[in-house]
Design a protein around this ligand. Sequence first.
Ligand SMILES: NC(=O)c1ccc[n+]([C@@H]2O[C@H](COP(=O)([O-])OP(=O)(O)OC[C@H]3O[C@@H](n4cnc5c(N)ncnc54)[C@H](OP(=O)(O)O)[C@@H]3O)[C@@H](O)[C@H]2O)c1
Length: 376
Amino acid sequence: MPLPYVLLSAAVSLDGYLDDTGPERLLLSGPADFDRVDEVRASVDAVLIGAGTIRADNPRLLVYSAERRAARVASGRPEYPLKVTVSGSGELDPAAPFWHTGGAKALLTTDEGARRARALGIAADIVPLGDRIDWRAALEHLHDALGVERLMVEGGGTVHTQLLQQGLADELQLVLAPLLVGDPRAPRMFGPGAYQGGRLRLVETRRIEDVVLTRYLPTAPGTGRTVTAADRHWLALACELAELCPPSRTAFSVGAVVVASDGTELARGHSREGDDPVAHAEEAALAKTDPADPRLTGATVYSSLEPCARRASRPAPCARLILDAGVRRVVTAWREPDTFVADADGSGVLAAAGATVLVLPEYEERATAPNRHLTG
Ligand SMILES: NC(=O)c1ccc[n+]([C@@H]2O[C@H](COP(=O)([O-])OP(=O)(O)OC[C@H]3O[C@@H](n4cnc5c(N)ncnc54)[C@H](OP(=O)(O)O)[C@@H]3O)[C@@H](O)[C@H]2O)c1
């Protein structure tokens, strides 16, 4: 199921705290960064905070720039992004400014929390999600029922921690402020627990007055049939690689990436790469890996088109090469049409050998784009 693009945004002290323990909210960034946050808010469909942040900070969570609000309206969007909060208990102050400023509001809660929130008179679309809040279900609801394509999450630590640990965060926008809190009772951006093993990808650093904005993308593939935000990023990269292929009238243009379970890219490739006019993308990528690399057994292959099951140009089709490399997880955007091979079923070959194959149809259009001359 498609989910919103989830952007986690926060400012932290040099020692990693989101706030101190005083009664007032600790101001970590300055006017220029608050204006940047305002710009990001204006760009998204919804902003979300946890109930803890409403209780601690009493925020209004608005787009403050009149020009940005006008631009939203001019482009056919609501003046303000939807304001969303998450609360298991439903124990919220109905008089908080969060409910009485800006545009539409939604409260994602449990069945019990919904009863309490209704009894309290919370002025929002109250969405009961069962006995407990499952984040994937919550995000699906935002996407499917409320039309949220881009979601900015503005804390607090409990919410950020769960979204990152569950592989649901597409991007982190972290502002590092030059001050120290030093109080272990203060909230941290990320609490203890299981995170992805390897390194996130740094995509931007920007000085803004005396703070530094850093943007990171998670990199670790999901496990089994669970799709993470990183799975979508890698598949998008495979689709980009497909655009690099020398055009052909007799073969598809495909991109592929091999990624270890900790998010390390092991290799990438695309069709007809280098001087090889019949090279397939997965073949080209796997040829760059060391067959003895133990990371291959836990790796995921991302391929814009499902790996081939039969081919005329070489004895081993890509499904076989993937299995022989020890890879047991494949994410693809597009099932192979009958253009060159009837009933090609690389996914079936892989699955029959015990591999997990995931098809993310929301990327099919990008995968087919460099092949329009073949598929019409
Ligand atoms: N520096 C920054 O950029 C920044 C940004 C935002 C917040 N903050 C700070 O962060 C602190 C608040 O963080 P926090 O971790 O205490 O609170 P939080 O993450 O804002 O909210 C936690 C609350 O959200 C609800 N919740 C979250 N996940 C849930 C789940 N899976 N199921 C059910 N309910 C769930 C629960 O509400 P119920 O208790 O109602 O069940 C939980 O108590 C404040 O000090 C604030 O100032 C700083």
